[in-house]
Write a protein that binds this ligand. Structure first.
Ligand SMILES: Nc1ncnc2c1ncn2[C@@H]1O[C@H](COP(=O)(O)OP(=O)(O)OP(=O)(O)O)[C@@H](O)[C@H]1O
Length: 442
Protein backbone atom coordinates (compact mmCIF):
# COMPACT_ATOMS: atom_id res chain seq x y z
CA UNK A 1 0.00 0.00 0.00
CA UNK A 2 1.34 3.46 -0.71
CA UNK A 3 1.85 6.07 1.93
CA UNK A 4 0.13 9.44 1.94
CA UNK A 5 2.04 12.70 2.09
CA UNK A 6 1.02 12.98 5.72
CA UNK A 7 2.81 9.77 6.36
CA UNK A 8 6.01 11.43 5.37
CA UNK A 9 6.38 12.88 8.81
CA UNK A 10 8.66 12.00 11.63
CA UNK A 11 7.54 8.97 13.56
CA UNK A 12 4.70 9.62 15.94
CA UNK A 13 4.72 8.05 19.38
CA UNK A 14 2.63 5.19 18.05
CA UNK A 15 5.10 4.57 15.26
CA UNK A 16 7.91 4.62 17.74
CA UNK A 17 6.11 2.12 19.94
CA UNK A 18 6.02 -0.24 17.00
CA UNK A 19 9.62 0.21 16.06
CA UNK A 20 11.12 1.01 19.46
CA UNK A 21 12.95 -2.27 19.68
CA UNK A 22 15.23 -1.12 16.91
CA UNK A 23 16.83 1.29 19.31
CA UNK A 24 18.24 -1.78 21.01
CA UNK A 25 19.96 -2.63 17.82
CA UNK A 26 22.33 -0.61 15.80
CA UNK A 27 19.78 1.46 13.96
CA UNK A 28 18.41 4.95 14.46
CA UNK A 29 14.87 5.59 13.21
CA UNK A 30 14.72 8.55 10.87
CA UNK A 31 11.10 8.66 9.64
CA UNK A 32 8.18 6.64 8.46
CA UNK A 33 8.22 6.15 4.70
CA UNK A 34 5.45 3.70 4.02
CA UNK A 35 2.77 1.46 5.38
CA UNK A 36 1.13 -1.68 4.08
CA UNK A 37 -1.49 -4.03 5.41
CA UNK A 38 1.10 -6.13 7.17
CA UNK A 39 3.88 -3.76 7.99
CA UNK A 40 5.16 -0.32 8.60
CA UNK A 41 8.24 0.89 6.78
CA UNK A 42 10.66 3.41 8.27
CA UNK A 43 13.88 4.93 7.08
CA UNK A 44 16.65 4.01 9.48
CA UNK A 45 20.35 4.71 9.81
CA UNK A 46 22.88 2.11 10.74
CA UNK A 47 24.90 3.63 13.55
CA UNK A 48 27.96 1.61 12.69
CA UNK A 49 28.42 2.47 9.05
CA UNK A 50 26.14 5.53 8.81
CA UNK A 51 24.25 4.01 5.87
CA UNK A 52 20.50 4.48 5.45
CA UNK A 53 18.14 1.53 5.03
CA UNK A 54 14.41 0.81 4.88
CA UNK A 55 13.15 -1.08 7.90
CA UNK A 56 9.99 -3.10 7.32
CA UNK A 57 8.50 -3.91 10.72
CA UNK A 58 5.83 -6.59 10.68
CA UNK A 59 2.58 -5.91 12.49
CA UNK A 60 2.21 -9.62 13.13
CA UNK A 61 4.03 -10.93 16.18
CA UNK A 62 6.51 -13.71 15.68
CA UNK A 63 7.43 -16.41 18.17
CA UNK A 64 11.01 -17.11 17.28
CA UNK A 65 13.81 -16.24 14.95
CA UNK A 66 13.32 -19.62 13.36
CA UNK A 67 9.72 -18.74 12.59
CA UNK A 68 10.91 -15.44 11.16
CA UNK A 69 13.27 -17.21 8.82
CA UNK A 70 10.50 -19.51 7.72
CA UNK A 71 8.26 -16.66 6.64
CA UNK A 72 7.55 -16.72 2.95
CA UNK A 73 8.74 -13.16 2.55
CA UNK A 74 12.09 -13.81 4.22
CA UNK A 75 12.63 -17.10 2.41
CA UNK A 76 11.80 -15.58 -0.95
CA UNK A 77 14.04 -12.56 -0.42
CA UNK A 78 16.94 -14.76 0.60
CA UNK A 79 16.50 -17.08 -2.32
CA UNK A 80 16.14 -14.26 -4.83
CA UNK A 81 18.86 -12.06 -3.43
CA UNK A 82 21.67 -10.54 -5.43
CA UNK A 83 19.57 -9.79 -8.46
CA UNK A 84 19.73 -6.09 -9.40
CA UNK A 85 15.94 -5.85 -9.81
CA UNK A 86 14.96 -7.57 -6.58
CA UNK A 87 14.90 -5.59 -3.34
CA UNK A 88 17.84 -6.72 -1.24
CA UNK A 89 17.41 -7.92 2.29
CA UNK A 90 20.28 -6.73 4.43
CA UNK A 91 19.44 -8.01 7.89
CA UNK A 92 16.68 -9.74 9.83
CA UNK A 93 16.08 -8.42 13.32
CA UNK A 94 13.89 -10.24 15.80
CA UNK A 95 13.13 -8.66 19.12
CA UNK A 96 12.47 -11.35 21.67
CA UNK A 97 10.76 -9.01 24.17
CA UNK A 98 8.23 -7.50 21.79
CA UNK A 99 8.20 -10.48 19.40
CA UNK A 100 8.62 -8.04 16.60
CA UNK A 101 10.30 -8.80 13.34
CA UNK A 102 12.00 -6.19 11.21
CA UNK A 103 13.51 -6.64 7.81
CA UNK A 104 16.32 -4.24 7.07
CA UNK A 105 16.32 -3.70 3.30
CA UNK A 106 18.07 -1.44 0.90
CA UNK A 107 16.45 1.97 0.76
CA UNK A 108 14.63 3.01 -2.37
CA UNK A 109 13.34 6.43 -3.36
CA UNK A 110 9.65 5.80 -4.02
CA UNK A 111 7.18 3.29 -5.39
CA UNK A 112 5.76 3.40 -8.93
CA UNK A 113 2.38 4.63 -7.73
CA UNK A 114 4.12 7.64 -6.19
CA UNK A 115 6.06 8.12 -9.41
CA UNK A 116 2.93 8.54 -11.51
CA UNK A 117 0.52 10.00 -8.94
CA UNK A 118 -0.50 13.54 -9.81
CA UNK A 119 1.69 13.72 -12.91
CA UNK A 120 0.32 15.97 -15.63
CA UNK A 121 2.44 14.66 -18.45
CA UNK A 122 3.24 11.06 -19.19
CA UNK A 123 6.72 9.70 -18.82
CA UNK A 124 8.63 9.19 -22.04
CA UNK A 125 7.96 5.81 -23.60
CA UNK A 126 11.66 4.97 -23.47
CA UNK A 127 11.67 5.51 -19.71
CA UNK A 128 8.57 3.35 -19.31
CA UNK A 129 10.14 0.62 -21.42
CA UNK A 130 13.27 0.81 -19.31
CA UNK A 131 11.20 0.20 -16.18
CA UNK A 132 9.24 -2.60 -17.82
CA UNK A 133 12.41 -4.29 -19.01
CA UNK A 134 13.67 -4.35 -15.44
CA UNK A 135 10.33 -5.59 -14.14
CA UNK A 136 10.39 -8.46 -16.65
CA UNK A 137 13.92 -9.29 -15.51
CA UNK A 138 12.77 -9.38 -11.89
CA UNK A 139 9.87 -11.68 -12.79
CA UNK A 140 12.04 -13.92 -14.93
CA UNK A 141 14.49 -14.25 -12.05
CA UNK A 142 11.68 -15.08 -9.61
CA UNK A 143 9.97 -17.58 -11.88
CA UNK A 144 13.16 -19.36 -12.84
CA UNK A 145 13.94 -19.68 -9.15
CA UNK A 146 10.62 -21.38 -8.55
CA UNK A 147 8.71 -18.50 -6.98
CA UNK A 148 5.87 -16.35 -8.23
CA UNK A 149 5.00 -13.03 -6.66
CA UNK A 150 1.18 -12.91 -6.71
CA UNK A 151 0.90 -9.21 -5.88
CA UNK A 152 2.60 -7.25 -8.64
CA UNK A 153 1.23 -3.70 -8.50
CA UNK A 154 2.65 -0.17 -8.63
CA UNK A 155 3.00 0.07 -4.82
CA UNK A 156 5.18 -3.02 -4.72
CA UNK A 157 7.56 -1.81 -7.40
CA UNK A 158 10.20 0.48 -6.01
CA UNK A 159 12.47 2.82 -7.88
CA UNK A 160 15.59 4.83 -7.24
CA UNK A 161 16.53 7.08 -10.14
CA UNK A 162 16.27 4.76 -13.14
CA UNK A 163 16.68 1.56 -11.19
CA UNK A 164 13.62 -0.58 -10.51
CA UNK A 165 13.27 -3.26 -7.84
CA UNK A 166 10.42 -5.59 -7.15
CA UNK A 167 9.47 -5.71 -3.45
CA UNK A 168 6.97 -7.20 -1.00
CA UNK A 169 7.30 -10.94 -1.30
CA UNK A 170 4.78 -11.62 1.44
CA UNK A 171 2.27 -13.13 -1.00
CA UNK A 172 4.81 -15.12 -2.96
CA UNK A 173 4.50 -18.83 -3.43
CA UNK A 174 6.40 -21.75 -4.83
CA UNK A 175 5.49 -22.52 -8.44
CA UNK A 176 5.56 -26.17 -7.43
CA UNK A 177 2.64 -25.80 -5.07
CA UNK A 178 -0.16 -27.41 -7.00
CA UNK A 179 -3.38 -25.54 -7.56
CA UNK A 180 -6.01 -24.93 -6.37
CA UNK A 181 -4.57 -22.17 -4.22
CA UNK A 182 -6.94 -21.27 -1.46
CA UNK A 183 -5.69 -17.90 -0.35
CA UNK A 184 -7.14 -14.66 -1.53
CA UNK A 185 -4.39 -13.08 -3.54
CA UNK A 186 -3.43 -10.19 -5.74
CA UNK A 187 -4.90 -6.75 -5.68
CA UNK A 188 -8.14 -6.64 -7.65
CA UNK A 189 -7.17 -4.17 -10.38
CA UNK A 190 -4.13 -6.27 -11.26
CA UNK A 191 -5.83 -9.66 -10.90
CA UNK A 192 -5.60 -11.96 -13.93
CA UNK A 193 -8.73 -13.57 -15.48
CA UNK A 194 -7.75 -17.05 -14.24
CA UNK A 195 -7.63 -15.67 -10.67
CA UNK A 196 -11.05 -14.06 -11.10
CA UNK A 197 -12.78 -16.90 -12.92
CA UNK A 198 -11.43 -20.13 -11.45
CA UNK A 199 -11.33 -21.51 -7.94
CA UNK A 200 -7.63 -20.99 -7.44
CA UNK A 201 -6.30 -22.54 -10.65
CA UNK A 202 -3.70 -19.97 -11.42
CA UNK A 203 0.05 -20.01 -11.61
CA UNK A 204 3.07 -17.90 -12.43
CA UNK A 205 1.54 -16.35 -15.56
CA UNK A 206 -0.70 -14.25 -13.32
CA UNK A 207 2.35 -12.08 -12.57
CA UNK A 208 2.83 -11.10 -16.20
CA UNK A 209 -0.85 -10.05 -16.45
CA UNK A 210 -0.35 -7.77 -13.44
CA UNK A 211 2.87 -6.46 -15.00
CA UNK A 212 0.89 -5.69 -18.19
CA UNK A 213 -1.61 -3.69 -16.14
CA UNK A 214 1.31 -1.80 -14.57
CA UNK A 215 2.83 -1.21 -18.04
CA UNK A 216 -0.39 0.41 -19.21
CA UNK A 217 -0.72 2.44 -16.01
CA UNK A 218 2.78 3.91 -16.26
CA UNK A 219 2.20 4.77 -19.91
CA UNK A 220 -1.21 6.36 -19.44
CA UNK A 221 -1.05 7.41 -15.75
CA UNK A 222 -4.40 5.67 -15.27
CA UNK A 223 -5.24 2.18 -14.03
CA UNK A 224 -6.30 -0.08 -16.89
CA UNK A 225 -9.01 -2.12 -15.16
CA UNK A 226 -10.19 -0.24 -12.06
CA UNK A 227 -12.93 -2.68 -11.11
CA UNK A 228 -15.05 -1.83 -8.09
CA UNK A 229 -15.71 -5.48 -7.26
CA UNK A 230 -14.91 -8.85 -8.82
CA UNK A 231 -17.84 -8.83 -11.25
CA UNK A 232 -17.04 -5.30 -12.34
CA UNK A 233 -13.38 -6.29 -12.63
CA UNK A 234 -14.22 -8.96 -15.20
CA UNK A 235 -16.53 -6.56 -16.99
CA UNK A 236 -13.82 -3.87 -17.17
CA UNK A 237 -11.47 -6.42 -18.75
CA UNK A 238 -14.13 -7.34 -21.33
CA UNK A 239 -14.79 -3.65 -22.07
CA UNK A 240 -11.26 -3.38 -23.38
CA UNK A 241 -10.21 -6.85 -24.51
CA UNK A 242 -13.61 -8.29 -25.36
CA UNK A 243 -14.85 -11.66 -24.19
CA UNK A 244 -12.41 -14.49 -24.83
CA UNK A 245 -13.20 -17.36 -27.16
CA UNK A 246 -15.32 -20.13 -25.74
CA UNK A 247 -12.48 -22.64 -25.41
CA UNK A 248 -10.78 -20.38 -22.89
CA UNK A 249 -13.99 -19.88 -20.93
CA UNK A 250 -14.66 -23.59 -21.09
CA UNK A 251 -11.24 -24.27 -19.61
CA UNK A 252 -11.90 -21.84 -16.77
CA UNK A 253 -15.38 -23.27 -16.17
CA UNK A 254 -13.91 -26.70 -15.51
CA UNK A 255 -11.96 -25.23 -12.64
CA UNK A 256 -14.88 -23.43 -11.07
CA UNK A 257 -17.85 -24.52 -9.02
CA UNK A 258 -20.00 -21.42 -9.61
CA UNK A 259 -21.18 -21.20 -13.21
CA UNK A 260 -20.69 -18.03 -15.24
CA UNK A 261 -21.66 -16.84 -18.68
CA UNK A 262 -20.84 -13.79 -20.71
CA UNK A 263 -22.59 -12.40 -23.75
CA UNK A 264 -19.95 -12.28 -26.46
CA UNK A 265 -18.67 -8.76 -26.93
CA UNK A 266 -15.90 -6.97 -28.70
CA UNK A 267 -13.66 -4.75 -26.60
CA UNK A 268 -12.66 -1.22 -27.51
CA UNK A 269 -9.01 -2.33 -27.80
CA UNK A 270 -5.96 -0.90 -26.09
CA UNK A 271 -4.73 1.41 -28.82
CA UNK A 272 -7.55 3.91 -28.49
CA UNK A 273 -6.80 4.21 -24.77
CA UNK A 274 -3.11 4.92 -25.43
CA UNK A 275 -3.10 6.45 -28.92
CA UNK A 276 0.50 7.63 -28.69
CA UNK A 277 1.85 4.22 -27.80
CA UNK A 278 4.26 2.76 -30.35
CA UNK A 279 3.42 -0.46 -32.19
CA UNK A 280 6.11 -2.59 -30.48
CA UNK A 281 4.96 -1.52 -27.01
CA UNK A 282 1.34 -2.13 -27.91
CA UNK A 283 2.23 -5.53 -29.27
CA UNK A 284 4.00 -6.50 -26.04
CA UNK A 285 1.14 -5.15 -23.97
CA UNK A 286 -1.33 -7.35 -25.85
CA UNK A 287 0.85 -10.39 -25.26
CA UNK A 288 1.14 -9.64 -21.55
CA UNK A 289 -2.62 -9.21 -21.36
CA UNK A 290 -3.53 -12.39 -23.21
CA UNK A 291 -6.71 -13.63 -21.53
CA UNK A 292 -5.61 -17.24 -21.63
CA UNK A 293 -2.59 -17.79 -19.34
CA UNK A 294 -1.31 -20.43 -21.75
CA UNK A 295 -1.19 -17.85 -24.52
CA UNK A 296 0.30 -15.14 -22.32
CA UNK A 297 3.92 -14.24 -22.89
CA UNK A 298 6.45 -15.32 -20.26
CA UNK A 299 8.81 -12.75 -18.72
CA UNK A 300 11.74 -14.43 -20.44
CA UNK A 301 10.15 -14.21 -23.89
CA UNK A 302 9.03 -10.66 -23.12
CA UNK A 303 12.66 -9.72 -22.55
CA UNK A 304 13.35 -10.75 -26.16
CA UNK A 305 10.49 -8.65 -27.55
CA UNK A 306 11.19 -6.02 -30.19
CA UNK A 307 9.96 -3.42 -27.77
CA UNK A 308 13.16 -3.85 -25.75
CA UNK A 309 15.52 -4.02 -28.70
CA UNK A 310 17.26 -0.73 -27.94
CA UNK A 311 17.66 -1.66 -24.30
CA UNK A 312 19.16 -5.00 -25.19
CA UNK A 313 21.52 -3.33 -27.62
CA UNK A 314 22.69 -0.74 -25.14
CA UNK A 315 23.08 -3.43 -22.51
CA UNK A 316 25.29 -5.38 -24.88
CA UNK A 317 27.18 -2.26 -25.82
CA UNK A 318 27.76 -1.58 -22.16
CA UNK A 319 29.08 -5.09 -21.77
CA UNK A 320 31.23 -4.69 -24.84
CA UNK A 321 29.40 -7.55 -26.45
CA UNK A 322 27.59 -5.70 -29.15
CA UNK A 323 26.39 -8.19 -31.70
CA UNK A 324 23.71 -8.12 -34.32
CA UNK A 325 20.41 -9.18 -32.90
CA UNK A 326 18.75 -11.50 -35.29
CA UNK A 327 15.39 -11.83 -33.63
CA UNK A 328 12.09 -11.10 -35.25
CA UNK A 329 11.84 -7.34 -35.39
CA UNK A 330 8.80 -7.22 -37.64
CA UNK A 331 6.56 -5.13 -35.46
CA UNK A 332 9.04 -2.22 -35.72
CA UNK A 333 7.51 -1.45 -39.06
CA UNK A 334 3.93 -1.88 -37.91
CA UNK A 335 1.57 0.85 -36.88
CA UNK A 336 -0.56 0.68 -33.71
CA UNK A 337 -3.60 0.14 -35.98
CA UNK A 338 -2.02 -2.83 -37.69
CA UNK A 339 -0.98 -4.32 -34.33
CA UNK A 340 -4.59 -4.07 -33.19
CA UNK A 341 -5.77 -5.69 -36.42
CA UNK A 342 -3.08 -8.35 -36.23
CA UNK A 343 -4.12 -9.16 -32.68
CA UNK A 344 -7.78 -9.49 -33.58
CA UNK A 345 -6.90 -11.69 -36.58
CA UNK A 346 -4.74 -14.04 -34.52
CA UNK A 347 -7.53 -14.41 -32.03
CA UNK A 348 -9.97 -15.20 -34.83
CA UNK A 349 -7.51 -17.65 -36.35
CA UNK A 350 -6.95 -19.38 -33.06
CA UNK A 351 -10.66 -19.65 -32.50
CA UNK A 352 -10.97 -21.68 -35.69
CA UNK A 353 -7.90 -23.77 -35.02
CA UNK A 354 -8.71 -24.68 -31.44
CA UNK A 355 -10.82 -27.72 -32.04
CA UNK A 356 -9.46 -29.79 -29.18
CA UNK A 357 -11.56 -30.42 -26.11
CA UNK A 358 -10.62 -28.02 -23.38
CA UNK A 359 -8.81 -29.63 -20.50
CA UNK A 360 -9.17 -28.51 -16.90
CA UNK A 361 -6.91 -25.58 -16.21
CA UNK A 362 -4.87 -27.59 -13.73
CA UNK A 363 -3.46 -29.47 -16.69
CA UNK A 364 -2.23 -26.26 -18.19
CA UNK A 365 -0.81 -24.34 -15.29
CA UNK A 366 1.83 -26.76 -14.14
CA UNK A 367 5.14 -25.02 -14.66
CA UNK A 368 7.86 -26.44 -16.82
CA UNK A 369 10.35 -26.61 -14.00
CA UNK A 370 11.85 -29.55 -12.17
CA UNK A 371 9.45 -30.93 -9.63
CA UNK A 372 11.70 -31.40 -6.62
CA UNK A 373 13.45 -28.40 -5.17
CA UNK A 374 16.30 -28.32 -2.70
CA UNK A 375 15.67 -26.89 0.73
CA UNK A 376 16.77 -23.36 1.22
CA UNK A 377 20.17 -23.20 2.78
CA UNK A 378 18.86 -22.05 6.12
CA UNK A 379 21.38 -21.39 8.81
CA UNK A 380 20.26 -22.68 12.20
CA UNK A 381 18.85 -19.85 14.30
CA UNK A 382 21.50 -18.43 16.53
CA UNK A 383 20.97 -16.74 19.88
CA UNK A 384 22.42 -13.59 18.34
CA UNK A 385 19.31 -11.78 17.24
CA UNK A 386 20.42 -9.43 14.46
CA UNK A 387 20.94 -11.69 11.48
CA UNK A 388 23.02 -10.17 8.72
CA UNK A 389 21.84 -11.67 5.47
CA UNK A 390 25.25 -11.24 3.92
CA UNK A 391 26.59 -13.76 6.44
CA UNK A 392 24.25 -16.44 5.16
CA UNK A 393 25.70 -19.11 2.92
CA UNK A 394 25.31 -18.05 -0.68
CA UNK A 395 21.97 -19.10 -2.08
CA UNK A 396 23.11 -19.57 -5.59
CA UNK A 397 20.62 -21.66 -7.43
CA UNK A 398 21.23 -22.65 -11.00
CA UNK A 399 18.43 -21.67 -13.37
CA UNK A 400 17.20 -25.10 -14.23
CA UNK A 401 18.66 -26.89 -11.26
CA UNK A 402 16.86 -28.29 -8.30
CA UNK A 403 14.90 -25.61 -6.58
CA UNK A 404 13.34 -25.50 -3.15
CA UNK A 405 9.71 -25.43 -2.35
CA UNK A 406 9.37 -22.41 -0.10
CA UNK A 407 8.05 -24.93 2.37
CA UNK A 408 5.50 -27.62 2.00
CA UNK A 409 3.60 -26.12 4.92
CA UNK A 410 2.38 -23.40 2.59
CA UNK A 411 -0.13 -25.55 0.75
CA UNK A 412 -2.81 -25.48 3.39
CA UNK A 413 -6.49 -25.50 3.06
CA UNK A 414 -8.48 -22.64 4.53
CA UNK A 415 -9.04 -24.57 7.73
CA UNK A 416 -5.34 -25.18 8.24
CA UNK A 417 -3.63 -21.90 8.85
CA UNK A 418 0.07 -22.03 8.09
CA UNK A 419 1.71 -21.60 11.45
CA UNK A 420 4.60 -19.58 10.25
CA UNK A 421 2.59 -16.63 9.00
CA UNK A 422 -0.80 -16.55 10.59
CA UNK A 423 -1.39 -12.85 10.20
CA UNK A 424 -0.78 -12.42 6.49
CA UNK A 425 -2.33 -15.73 5.69
CA UNK A 426 -5.40 -14.91 7.75
CA UNK A 427 -5.81 -11.55 6.14
CA UNK A 428 -5.15 -12.69 2.64
CA UNK A 429 -7.15 -15.87 2.94
CA UNK A 430 -10.29 -14.72 4.56
CA UNK A 431 -10.82 -11.08 3.76
CA UNK A 432 -10.86 -9.05 0.63
CA UNK A 433 -7.62 -7.13 0.54
CA UNK A 434 -8.51 -4.04 2.54
CA UNK A 435 -6.26 -1.97 0.34
CA UNK A 436 -7.72 1.37 -0.53
CA UNK A 437 -5.95 3.72 -2.79
CA UNK A 438 -6.55 7.36 -2.08
CA UNK A 439 -9.08 8.73 -4.57
CA UNK A 440 -10.00 5.32 -5.86
CA UNK A 441 -9.60 2.01 -4.16
CA UNK A 442 -8.98 -1.42 -5.51
N1 LIG B 1 13.00 -0.66 0.67
C1 LIG B 1 12.13 0.34 0.62
N2 LIG B 1 12.53 1.59 0.32
C2 LIG B 1 11.62 2.60 0.26
N3 LIG B 1 10.31 2.45 0.49
C3 LIG B 1 9.84 1.23 0.79
C4 LIG B 1 10.73 0.10 0.88
N4 LIG B 1 10.00 -0.99 1.20
C5 LIG B 1 8.72 -0.58 1.29
N5 LIG B 1 8.62 0.75 1.05
C6 LIG B 1 7.39 1.56 1.05
O1 LIG B 1 6.48 0.99 1.98
C7 LIG B 1 5.28 0.57 1.31
C8 LIG B 1 4.74 -0.69 1.97
O2 LIG B 1 5.70 -1.72 1.85
P1 LIG B 1 5.28 -3.23 1.53
O3 LIG B 1 4.43 -3.24 0.30
O4 LIG B 1 6.51 -4.05 1.51
O5 LIG B 1 4.40 -3.53 2.80
P2 LIG B 1 3.20 -4.60 3.01
O6 LIG B 1 2.72 -4.45 4.41
O7 LIG B 1 3.69 -5.95 2.62
O8 LIG B 1 2.16 -4.05 1.96
P3 LIG B 1 0.87 -4.75 1.30
O9 LIG B 1 -0.29 -4.09 1.95
O10 LIG B 1 1.01 -4.36 -0.17
O11 LIG B 1 0.98 -6.23 1.50
C9 LIG B 1 5.68 0.42 -0.15
O12 LIG B 1 4.58 0.63 -1.03
C10 LIG B 1 6.73 1.49 -0.32
O13 LIG B 1 6.11 2.73 -0.62
Amino acid sequence: MHQTDNDRKLCSEADLALTNHLAKQDYKIIKKIGEGTFSEVTRVQNLKDGKHYACKTMKQSINSLEQAHNLREVQAMKRLSLHPNILQLHEVIFDQDTRTLSLICELMEMNVYELIRGRQYPLSESKVKNYMYQLCKALDHMHSNGIFHRDVKPENILIKHDLLKLADFGSSRSVYCKPPHTEYISTRWYRAPECLLTDGYYSLKMDIWSAGCVFFEILSLKPLFPGTNEVDQVSKIHDVLGTPDCTVLQKFKQSRVMPFNFLPRKGCGLSQLIPRCSAPSLSLLYQMLAYDPDERISPRTALQHTCFRELRLSERRALGLHRTIGVMEDSNSMTPGSVEQFWRNTRQGRRQQLKHVAEPLSRYVLPRYPVELPKLNMAAPTPKVPYPVSSLPALEIPHQGLLPAITSKKCHSRSMKPREEPHRSTLKSYYMPPLERKGGGY
